[in-house]
Each structure stands twice: as structure tokens, then as C-alpha cells.
Design a protein around this ligand. Structure first.
Ligand code: FAD
Length: 415
């Protein structure tokens, strides 16, 4: 079978490997010049600091100092350790700098003969169904494939929430997608909106004298230290351009949005899947539409340990594509999607959080593994994941530098 993989980031690379292992002929389309996706650092930023203009093209959202927020032993693919026996170095930091991840991914692509299958600087512009197969049109080529795996990533189209009065703001507006280093943020009073991974990094990396940090991590206004105050929500910008934060009105020089990203498949016709408030549907197991199961999506879930989850999704997709196991009927797949939707909606979960797995990722991983004949996630992995959660709670500022047990096969020596 001929399979097209769209994107040579961590999801596309492992999708290519698993399809090749199942005997498929694989072509990987990559818009950029290198493998690694988000991990290919780009010092360039979009002209529009919030990246809302159609001209926005920069893919990577990495900042210069970024170190991973997951230890490298958990980030490794199952049979390619993140040390000198696999694609890394035994003395890399446990939470390594982003350049190490890029090196690991390049080594992975070389080791598993994926690099030669990649068409670089080749952006897919259309994917069309033709007689059960797929026509894939790119900036360079036009071919037909038996299967298509969409791995274009979802950290490149910034989300800017609606904010009443935003036009009154006179200072600098910036999305974290376009942040590279502390000097990029101007002024002595700065607001950081968002308390997930990038919000946390920026709130502690920025050098401003006053940092007003807003996000659901704070249940009420709280002074964090002599420079930082946390607030639960940003309600509006008033007529004079000040931020309304509960009962406070605060003037700042810069407002930095660490408010996440949108899913986007500009090359795909709406008839296969649609993106409804950032819920991509209908997808069985978040991977295939029930009416076209040779079209796969690897990497949609978030709040996960990405590389291992991508790997099990890729094995699942490749095996069902090549007849290694049978998917349930169209009706059963649809019923399963609807059941999950009803459940999430009854719990009050926002649609844009339907792909958020968090604690459910272990159950998700094991369910996919069982269906496609793989082993469950190992105990050491689950325990290390719990260790990291505890570490973050206990040392929110410096958990990346606290030493903790190595339980799995990756060698982690002092840096
Ligand atoms: P991407 O890495 O985004 O790769 C997608 C690829 O598809 C890109 O190379 C892009 O050029 C290509 N592409 C897109 N559209 C097209 C097209 N039309 N045609 C051809 N090619 C196309 N994960 C971790 O595991 N640990 C971390 O510490 C971590 N930190 C992160 C920090 C930041 C700031 C961000 C933004 C993300 C972080 N992540 C982290 C998540 C990270 O996104 C994943 O690790 C991973 O890169 C996702 O892989 P992907 O292949 O799905 O997408």
C-alpha cells in the first residue's frame, strides 16, 4: 500500500516508521527544510505579533531557552532510548534543551531510514478522495495514495480569545508563538495571560519589574513573590487601556498571550472531518473518521506524553490499514464517538478540551495497544509520570533541576 504522511515532526516520523514496518510504501511531505516539526527552532517570527493574519507562516513556537517539561526518559519512543544507546546522550539534562530533542529526532529519522522518504520544502495543499483512494496535491507534486496520515501539528495557529475592549490597549501585544527571548517583551509592567506550560515558563523568564500573571491555576488574586501577582481571569480592557482583573484595574506595557493554539487542516475538505470549536470530529479513537478509515490523524490529543502516545496511535493506524485487526462497524464507531461526546458534554467540558486526555492517557494508550496487539504501557512509565506530577506540585519553579529516580531503560547520568 502507498501511504502519504503529512508532516515530519515527531508524529509524522513515527507514523512513517510504523507504516513502513507494516510493509507500506511511504512518502512524507514536509513543508519545512528539516525533520523535527516544532523542535526545529526558528529565530524568525510572524510579522503579525498575534499571528492572526493570513500571511502567518512560521511553524515553530520554541523560545531560545526552552527545556522540555517532560523528562527525556518519558519522551523516548518505546524502542529508541533518549541516551547514547538510542538517539541521545547519557549526560543530557533529564529535562533537556530543545536542541537535544531535535538531535534525537534527526537520529531517529536516520536510524529508521525515514529521511530518504521525506520530500522537504513540499507543502500539501489539497487532499481529495478519489475512488476510495486519496489524491495528495502539494506545492511540488500530485500523486494518489491508499492511505493518508495527517501529522501537521497543532501548535502553529495561535488562539487569541475574545477580550472586550482589546482595541483600547495601547501597549505591546504578543502571542507566545512569536516570543523568542526576554528582550522581545517591552516595558517594566507586563501581563502574561495563560497558566499552562508556556505561561509558566514566561512568567518566570521575563525580566519585567511587575508581572501580572493570569490563568485558571489561580483561584483568587495571590501575591507570588515581590515581582509577581496571580489572578484567576482577565475580564476586559477598559476605555483607558487598563486590564480589568476582578476588582483591580491595572495598566501594563505589554500583554503576552500564552493562550494556546487552534487545530487547522487547510488542505482537507470539510466533508471528512470538521473542526468545531477546536474539537476535530467525527474521529473514532481520535484517529480515523468512521466513513474513511484509511485517513488517519496522529497527534491530536493534548496534555499527554506526546511521543509514546503518537507511537501507539501510529501502530494502531498502520495495523488496521493493512488488515492486522478489524475495526468495529461504521455504526459502532459512530455510537462510540457520540457516547464520548455526550459524556464530556454532561461533565461540562468545553469542546476545545475534548482532545485533552491528562489522566485518561494511560487508559487510552492501553485500549489502543490491546486492539492492535501491543503491550500495555510499562509500570515504570506510569510511576515516573506520577513522580513528575508530584515534583511539579512540590517545586513549580525549579522541578526541571530536581533529581529523582530513574526507573526505565534510558540512562540519565548527572549532566
Ligand atoms: P509538529 O511537531 O508541529 O510537526 C508538524 C510538521 O508538519 C511540521 O514539521 C510542519 O512543517 C509540517 N507541516 C504542517 N503543515 C504541513 C503541510 N500542509 N504540508 C507539509 N508539511 C506540513 N512535547 C513534549 O513531548 N515535551 C515537551 O517538553 C514539549 N514542549 C513544548 C513546548 C512548546 C512551546 C510547544 C509549542 C510544544 C511542546 N511540546 C512538547 C509538544 C510538541 O508539539 C510535540 O512534542 C510534538 O512536536 C508534536 O508533534 P507533531 O508531529 O504532531 O507536530
Amino acid at each position: 500500500m502507498k501511504v502519504a504522511v503529512i508532516g515530519a515532526g515527531p508524529a509524522g516520523l513515527v507514523a512513517a516508521r510504523e507504516c513502513m514496518r507494516e510493509g507500506c510504501e511511504v512518502v512524507v511531505f514536509e513543508a519545512g527544510h528539516a525533520v523535527g516539526g516544532v523542535w526545529v527552532y526558528d529565530d524568525k517570527v510572524d510579522d503579525d505579533p498575534l499571528s492572526q493574519a493570513a500571511s502567518a507562516t512560521v511553524h515553530s513556537s520554541l523560545y531560545q531557552s526552552l527545556r522540555t517539561n517532560i523528562p527525556r526518559d518519558l519522551m523516548a519512543y518505546s524502542d529508541y532510548t533518549f541516551d547514547s544507546r538510542g538517539g541521545g546522550n547519557d549526560r543530557w539534562q533529564r529535562f533537556p534543551h530543545h536542541t537535544c530533542v531535535q538531535q534525537y529526532l534527526e537520529n531517529f529519522a536516520r536510524k529508521f531510514d525515514i529521511v530518504d522518504r521525506v520530500r522537504f520544502s513540499c507543502r500539501v495543499t489539497h487532499v481529495q478522495q478519489s475512488a476510495g483512494n486519496w489524491r495528495v496535491i502539494s506545492t511540488e507534486t500530485d500523486d494518489v495514495f491508499d492511505g493518508v496520515v495527517v501529522c501537521n501539528g497543532h501548535y502553529a495557529r495561535p488562539r487569541v480569545p475574545l477580550l472586550a475592549g482589546l482595541k483600547n490597549f495601547k501597549g505591546q501585544l504578543l502571542h507566545s508563538h512569536n516570543y523568542r527571548r526576554p528582550q522581545d517583551v517591552k516595558g517594566r509592567r507586563v501581563a502574561v495571560w495563560g497558566s499552562a506550560a508556556s505561561g509558566l515558563d514566561l512568567a518566570y523568564e521575563l525580566e519585567a519589574q511587575e508581572i501580572h500573571w493570569i490563568g485558571p491555576a489561580f483561584h483568587e488574586k495571590v501575591r507570588l513573590d515581590d515581582r509577581r501577582i496571580g489572578y484567576p481571569s482577565l475580564d476586559a480592557i477598559d476605555d483607558e487601556g487598563r486590564l480589568r482583573l476582578g476588582n483591580d484595574l491595572i495598566a501594563v506595557d505589554s500583554l503576552v498571550f500564552c493562550t494556546g493554539y487552534h487545530y487547522d487542516f487547510p488542505f482537507l475538505d470539510d466533508m471528512f472531518v470538521s473542526v468545531d470549536e477546536d474539537w476535530v470530529n467525527p474521529l473514532y479513537e481520535d484517529i480515523v473518521p468512521p466513513h474513511a478509515t484509511n485517513l488517519g490523524f496522529i497527534g491530536l490529543p493534548f496534555l499527554i506524553i506526546p511521543f509514546p502516545v503518537f507511537e501507539i496511535q501510529a501502530k494502531w493506524y498502520a495495523r488496521q490499514l493493512t488488515g492486522g485487526f478489524d475495526l468495529p462497524s461504521f455504526e459502532v464507531m459512530h455510537a462510540s464517538i457520540n457516547e464520548r461526546k455526550e459524556f464530556l458534554s454532561s461533565q461540562g467540558v468545553l469542546k476545545r478540551h475534548y482532545h485533552r486526555l491528562g489522566d485518561h492517557q494511560i487508559g487510552y494508550f492501553n485500549r489502543l495497544a490491546k486492539q492492535c496487539g501491543e503491550s500495555s504501557i510499562p509500570d515504570w512509565f506510569v510511576q515516573t509520570w506520577r513522580d513528575v506530577g508530584k515534583l511539579r506540585d512540590e517545586h513549580p519553579r525549579n522541578y526541571k533541576d530536581v533529581s529523582f529516580s530513574v526507573r526505565g531503560p534510558t540512562v540519565c547520568l548527572p549532566a
